[in-house]
Every structure is written in C-alpha cells, then in structure tokens.
Design a binder for this molecule. Sequence first.
Ligand code: NAD
Length: 424
Amino acid sequence: MDSRISGFYKLPVAKRRAEIAERADLSEEAVEAIGGTGLTEDLADTVSENVIGTLEYPISVATNFRIDGEDRLIPMAIEETSVVAAASYAARMTRTEGGFETDVDAPRMIAQIQAVDVTDPQAARMRILKEQDRLKELADEQDPTLVKFGGGCEDIEVRIVDSPNGQMVVTHLIVNVQDAMGGNAVNTMAEALAPEIEELTGGDVEMRILSNLADRRLARATCTIPPEELADEDSEFTGEEVRDRIVDAWAFAMGDPYRAATHNKGIMNGIDAVTTATFNDWRAMEAGAHAYAAQDGYDSLTSYEVDGDGNLACSIELPIQVGTVGGATGLQPVAQAAMEILDVDSAPEMSGVLASVGLAQNVAALRALVSEGIQQGHMQLHAQNIAIQAGAEGDQIDEVAERMIEEETIGQSDAEQFLSELEE
Ligand code: NAD
C-alpha cells in the first residue's frame, strides 16, 4: 500500500472515501460506517449517562506516512483546521530519509494503592515487598483473560511519599496490559489488593487507581529531514536557515514553559486526533503527556538537532496509553473503521504510530512558525467556516472565502457584506 495519494485533498469527500477503502482494503461495514452517522442512540446510551443525542466530528485521513518501513494511512478526528494537512505535509518531508522509526516499551501500566496512618512506613514497605509473589498472584487472579494473552502483574514497587498530611506508603502494581489501555484492568487489581496492603501496613488504604503518568509505557519516534525539504523556492529562507530556526524554536520550548505548553499542545493535536478517531481515552493521553513533560521542569516532548550530514534529526518520547481492545473502542462503528485504516496488530504498534504522528505534527508546526507563519495555511478553511456562518451555501462559500482572503479581511460582518453583494 502506498500512503502517498497525489491530489487527495482535491477530491470530493465520497471519492476520498472510496480511495481509502481501496488502499486500506476496508470491509463493507467499515465503508458504510464512515459514510453514515456512526453511533446510534442505543449504542450512545451504553457509552455515557444522561445521553440526549450524539455529536459528529469530521473523520479525515493523513497521507504520506511511512513508519518502520511500512506505509500507513492515519485516521484523524479533529475540529481544528490545518492539523491533518500539516501532518501529511511533514510526513512527506520525512520520506526521502525513510520516514519514521519507532521504539516502544512493553505496555506496562501502573496502579497505585495509597496507605495512610502507617506507623512504620519503612518496615511496612519491607513487609509488602517480602509478600510480592503472593500479591502478584492475587492480582493476576483478577484477570485470567489478560494473563491468557500474556499480560499480568509483573512487578510490585513501594514508595514512601512525603505529603502535606505526612508520610504515605504507596504501592505500585506494574501490570503488563498487552493490547488494552488497561484502566479498568489495573483498577480492579488495585481494589482487590487493598485489604492485603491494609493488613501488611497496619494503616488505612484509601486511594486505589491507575496513574496516568504511564512512564513504563513510553513510545519513541525519530525521523531525519534534509534541509532542502524544509524550504521551497518561494521561501524567504534557505532550508539550512529553516532547519536552524527549528532548532532555536525547540530550544525556546526547552527554556520556557509558556512556549513549551503550546509546543506540546501542537504535538497533542495529532495524537489526540488519532486517539479520538479510534475512540480511545484522549484525557489519559493528555494527562500522561503533560505530566511526563513536567518531570524535570515543564519542557518539550520532542528534540531537534543537526546531524553530521547537516540534516534535521527529530525525535519524540512520551507515554502512550491506548488500547486496540477494551474500553469503548469496540462500541463505535466509525472508530472500528478507523482501526481498519490504521491496520495495527497490537497496542505497542499503535503507540509507535501515535508517537510518529505527534512528531510529524510538531515538525510541521515549527517549520511553518519559523518561516511563513501558520495563519496563511489556517486562513482558507477558517474563511470558509466564517462564510458558512454568515449564511453562504454551495459555490458561495468559496467565493465569499476567496474575496475575504483577497481583501485581507476575514470576519463575520465582511462575510455577510460580500454575501449580500453576491446575491444582488
Ligand atoms: P476493558 O476492561 O474494557 O478491557 C481490558 C480487558 O480486555 C482486559 O482486562 C482483558 O481481560 C481483556 N482482553 C481481551 N483481549 C486482550 C488483549 N489482547 N490484551 C489485553 N487485554 C485483553 O478496558 P481497559 O483497557 O482495562 O480500560 C480502558 C478504559 O478505562 C477506558 O475506557 C478508560 O477511559 C477507562 N478508565 C481510565 C481511567 C484513567 O485513565 N484515569 C480511569 C478509569 C477508567
């Protein structure tokens, strides 16, 4: 499968859908789901409480990705303009040097069990560690299916946490959750172990829940971009200048949390869009990414440097906590179709794809920000949105949008005026 689709963005929606169906060899159900309305009310009613209807997102496909030697189409659900185009643009720049390479940890989540009012925290820690084999067995008994698939509780660690309310003994269950996100799986284990921990510590167990700082489940991606890919002939800067300005932009994010927040938000634009498209838990992803970025003072999740050949060497490392099974992923027909497009065999494989998408998003944003700026790219779709809000329909949408861009004035009242002139 070739993920480069020339002129894809110019096709009408139905033709794009057909093109993806063919390239990704989608099932009939998947094609039908993408073209339909996704969640039925009955299904929606099982996903959340007090449901009164459903909300539709655009589902798009980013092209040009080559990850670990394999071309991939990336399903993305996002309401922000330019994100999908930017991901595809950056992925294309990486292809001359082979695309993205990934390295992903085993899918290990952490569950925390908090014991308070422990009189001898150090000794309590030793008592828990001495019993760790029995505790691991008890944890595994909670989820024979997970164990059958090769997962289960692999380790037990005990930390003594100094808190405003004094010392707490915090037990970590390190659980291999295989292809699941693992939230429910590890919470069940933590709850089951609570009475044992209470007995071993002699204290009170209060909290029993996973940590979204999933730092045993890191995904890394790298790519290399030659300077000539970073600037075209119309650019104000040479490729080398753009490359060096990107390294400066990264250094800015390393030195200033005000910049790092936006830098990392851009990374999550891509990651959250795939997480949403597959009905995974994007809040878990967000919490994990920002907590990881904050470990030594909040800074960038990506790194940039110039390699010995003068190319831009780009990398990313962050926790990725997604599942290809479990949670709500199987309930949403469009999300299942998105999984078919993604075509991954395991949660770790999916994590590598997500890390690559995050890196692509960041490269694209930095390249635009240090050269022509991002507003130019944003404006076409933004102008169309404003035109629609002003009441434009059909061909009027492009006509009003183009007029606003030409006259460099994009706003609701301008759109209304241009629309009334068109209708005269
Ligand atoms: P789950 O319980 O629906 O599915 C996981 C289960 O699927 C495993 O426990 C296992 O029994 C079974 N399974 C079958 N095949 C498997 C395979 N190949 N690999 C692994 N497991 C397999 O869901 P989950 O993944 O345990 O939990 C995910 C949900 O937890 C999400 O919906 C998330 O929103 C929610 N959650 C998140 C948080 C948080 O992030 N703080 C807290 C609570 C709940």
